[in-house]
Design a protein around this ligand. Structure first.
Ligand code: DP6
Length: 341
């Protein structure tokens, strides 16, 4: 077999945490959301993605090195399928007529599929890597559209730097739904502490979860209430009102999970430990320490605070039995190229 490597690119894709969440797809195939969403890139949660372009088009391989693992493992399952599907889409999007082989190495520095946006970090790095390998000059906006088409829609928000808005777009117009940085990463001294309560991989992927969203009787109300929440969130950010921001963040989290729990089939991502830690965060606030929570598709909690309170909050939670590990993140940059050979 001919394994000749034509070119290698290494990229870094960051995870992101949404303050206004994406849940539900109005068009599954084009990965179009029902609503705008808003997130912050996470400085210390990332995936290093190495992509080799091979002469032999028969080869399509994926190797994954998980968090704290020393070795790459060859994936022959769903993850590889998703990469191959994305590669085909990317070729079409970039108007390439020739097929090449592809070997991808993914090295992640945080738990995978545990509700910490591992797919967003991987696919943002992969999208940037493919565009670089094929020497296509496209705008950041189009790159975010491509990342969205990976199927992990929130990957588009990991393309630009800092605090990022994902516009839902118009109708079925593929390019109108894209991500854009609305504030640079040094705009606000926020801290995201990922409180890891468990390493279990989620049982239901976000992908199938999105399909069920409309079956929740609360979904319509969520979309309606989002209009006001989005307005207030923009205001909280523009005047850096941490208390307004925090209360909206929690309102949004509960709105998302109320839909998840009432859709068919229902999705319960929270565990008993999640509830315990939520109560602790509320208690901290009663003691005068400003900390707020948000949760994605998993039991783990993202605690958001201001940099000045980071050390005391870290100290407090590092002694809690429910908390297995804490990853401290600051607002981060977007996906970037590390090397090209
Ligand atoms: C709850 O479809 O982007 O995190 O494919 O698992 O990466 P994955 O997720 P995606 O959905 C993300 C859903 C969410 C909310 C959000 O990040 O906006």
């Amino acid at each position: 077999m001919n394994y000749r490597i034509l070119k290698t690119v290494k990229t870094k894709g960051q995870a992101n945490i949404a303050f206004i969440k994406y849940w539900g797809q109005r068009n599954k195939n084009l990965v179009l959301p029902y609503n705008d969403s808003f997130s912050m890139n996470l400085s210390n949660c990332y995936t290093l993605v190495t992509i080799q372009l091979l002469e032999n088009k028969e080869i399509k391989e994926l190797f994954i090195k998980d968090w704290k693992s020393k070795r790459y493992k060859k994936d022959k399952g769903k993850a590889l399928e998703k990469v191959v599907r994305f590669y085909q889409r990317a070729k079409k999007f970039l108007k390439l007529d020739r097929d090449y082989g592809l070997r991808v190495y993914s090295e992640i520095n945080f738990p995978r599929q545990a509700g910490i946006a591992s797919s967003a970090s991987f696919f943002s790095g992969l999208a940037l890597g493919l565009v670089t390998l094929f020497e296509k000059k496209i705008s950041e906006r189009d790159l975010s559209v491509l990342a969205r088409l990976s199927g992990s829609g929130s990957a588009c928000r990991s393309i630009p730097d800092g605090f990022v808005w994902w516009f839902k777009g118009k109708g079925d117009d593929i390019g109108s739904s894209y991500a854009k940085s609305i504030f640079p990463f040094d705009y606000w001294d926020l801290v995201d502490m990922v409180l890891i309560l468990g390493f279990k991989k989620k049982e239901t992927t976000s992908q199938s979860g999105h399909q069920g969203a409309v079956s929740s009787p609360l979904f319509k109300y969520r979309l309606l209430s989002l209009q006001e929440r989005i307005k207030k969130m923009k205001k909280a950010f523009s005047i850096k009102d941490f208390f307004l921001f925090g209360s909206l963040l929690e309102e949004e989290t509960v709105s998302l999970h109320s839909v998840m729990m009432t859709q068919r089939p229902p999705l319960y991502y929270w565990s008993g430990k999640t509830i315990e830690i939520i109560k602790e965060i509320i208690l901290l606030r009663q003691l005068g320490i400003a900390a707020y929570y948000t949760i994605d598709a998993g039991e783990n909690i993202h605690l958001i605070c201001q940099k000045k309170d980071k050390d005391k909050i870290y100290d407090y939670f590092s002694h809690k039995k429910e908390v297995k590990e804490i990853i401290v993140n600051y607002p981060g940059k977007g996906a970037r190229i590390l090397t090209i050979d």
